[in-house]
Ligand binder design. Structure first.
Ligand SMILES: [Zn+2]
Length: 104
């Protein structure tokens, strides 16, 4: 296959391009910037960002809060924008349509 970024021929099962180092192939499909349904505090933006960049969610929250509280409130705006833009993680338990799950 070809690298989408530099156009060079790379291994079919390669995750990273050997020439430019960009992420290619199936990994990009799995690594999506979504807001996880679990482990979220407000909208799951920080958890999603942490998962995407493979870093501690606490670090993301602390950094984001510091940025958010510093005028002008760019971080706060960025959070709201990310909230709107980032898609929600698909629901894991998908009950068939018309079938109601009663827990009472
Ligand atoms: Zn490349």
């Amino acid at each position: 296959m070809y690298c989408n970024y530099c156009g060079k021929v790379i291994q079919d099962d390669a995750n990273l391009c050997a020439y430019c180092g960009k992420r290619v192939g199936a990994v990009t499909a799995r690594k999506r910037l979504v807001r996880p349904r679990t482990g979220r505090k407000i909208a799951g933006v920080c958890a999603g960002v942490a998962e995407y960049f493979d870093i501690d969610v606490t670090v993301v929250r602390v950094v984001w809060l510091i940025v958010a509280l510093m005028p002008p409130t760019v971080g706060l705006l960025a959070y709201i924008v990310a909230w709107i833009v980032m898609p929600e993680e698909p629901e894991v338990h998908s009950a068939p349509a018309g079938q109601q799950v009663t827990t009472t």
